[in-house]
Design a binder for this molecule. Structure first.
Ligand code: SAH
Length: 347
């Protein structure tokens, strides 16, 4: 496997350079250039040519290529489909919120969690992303769009806690002062509910926001749409969330995709109220994005409003997520899915 300098910390790059006989100050130079999104070592103009050549040979930069760029005419959302150096592709979405530009990045090529409503999981897991491949999505979205990125959500393709070590390294890099220096408070990590991962994350004591994709009030319902629930049933998951809140003091945000006739009844809202009490929960209600291969349909506007009202009146803040980029396949995995389908049809 090729070693990637962009997955290394500044100290690790320092070790590499030391072995090449370089002075200590070069580590910061190389690190800073890499984290500016250069595509070639020749752009590192303050490095000697000989060093640039050695680095290019031993540590190729391998930046992703844009395969598709789609911009929403309605809200300015831009969606990127990237080709990685091994030919696989992943997607990134840039959203323009009032508080700043936010990128939604992928953490894996495909996903093995099997959620019934999600396009990302249809072809299973291909492989996990390296730290630099997550960083590149943020970096090159910023470079390509010319828009400064201040916020990140790990809500694209893949399950971040199923790629734990690489995701932790990515967070360290993107947060580093000589790198993009993006505040942990501006980062959200979303999980389908891998309990051991949540417990491990609690110990890291990061200031990020943990989002948990709950999507159902009971095991009975959750089992039908999220296979992960068989391994970590709702009560175990909620216990882990309570431990997380107790350990970190950080409120948890729950994602809830509203699916017509499945999880959107007033009874479901009432059960949630009981189960989520006292844990600083915040609910994000997301009208389901319809995925062609799935029979599941979004809830009616009326059902969403009633659901929200019950939660709010019961003391759980609930926001209905504005859907951005609806006109450009901008939800989880749809662009990659449509692209790979198209490719296989033309072969
Ligand atoms: N694997 C992680 C993060 C990626 S998915 C997780 O499960 O949380 C990001 C969010 O989008 C999750 O809440 C996921 O359940 C949700 N999602 C996936 N497909 C969706 C769809 N078709 N409509 C609405 N939300 C969807």
């Amino acid at each position: 496997m090729i070693p990637h300098l962009k997955s290394m910390t500044q100290a690790e790059i320092g070790d590499v350079l030391k072995q090449l006989g370089q002075p200590a100050f070069r580590a910061k130079q190389v690190y800073t250039w890499l984290h500016k999104g250069v595509r070639s070592y020749d752009e590192m103009t303050n490095l000697p040519k000989a060093l640039r050549d050695i680095l290019a040979e031993k540590y190729p930069i391998c930046p992703p290529e844009v395969i598709r760029r789609q911009q929403s005419q309605k809200d300015g959302t831009i969606k990127y489909l990237w080709r990685l150096s091994d030919g696989n592709c992943v997607e990134t979405v840039l959203m323009r919120y009032h508080y700043g530009n936010t990128v939604c990045i992928s953490t894996e090529v495909g996903c093995r969690m099997g959620c019934a409503f999600c396009a990302s999981t249809l072809g299973g897991l291909v492989r996990r992303l390296e730290p630099y491949e997550m960083l590149d999505q943020v970096l090159f979205t910023q470079v390509d769009s010319g828009l400064p990125i201040g916020h990140i959500v790990l809500m694209g393709i893949g399950e971040p806690l199923d790629n734990y070590d690489n995701v932790m390294r990515f967070l360290e890099l993107v947060n580093s002062p000589d790198g993009m220096n993006i505040s942990m408070r501006h980062i959200s990590l979303s999980t389908c509910g891998l309990v051991p991962g949540i417990d491990r994350l609690a110990q890291e004591k990061l200031q990020l926001t943990l989002s948990v994709s709950l999507h159902a009030p009971t095991d009975e319902i959750r089992n039908t749409i999220m296979p992960v629930n068989k391994a970590y049933p709702t009560e175990e998951l909620l216990e882990a969330c309570r431990r997380y809140y107790a350990t970190t003091g950080r409120r948890i945000s729950f994602e809830y995709a509203m699916i017509n006739g499945v999880n959107d009844t007033p009874e479901a809202a009432k059960i949630l109220l009981k189960r989520l009490k006292g844990m600083g929960a915040h609910m994000n209600l997301i009208p389901l994005n319809h995925v062609e291969e799935s029979p599941l349909k979004p809830s009616t506007r009326q059902a969403v409003q009633t659901f929200q009202k019950i939660l709010e009146e019961g003391g759980i803040p609930a926001t209905v997520r504005r859907t951005l980029g609806g006109d450009i396949d901008a939800s989880c995995g749809q662009l990659r899915r449509n692209y790979t389908k198209q490719i296989s049809q033309t072969r």
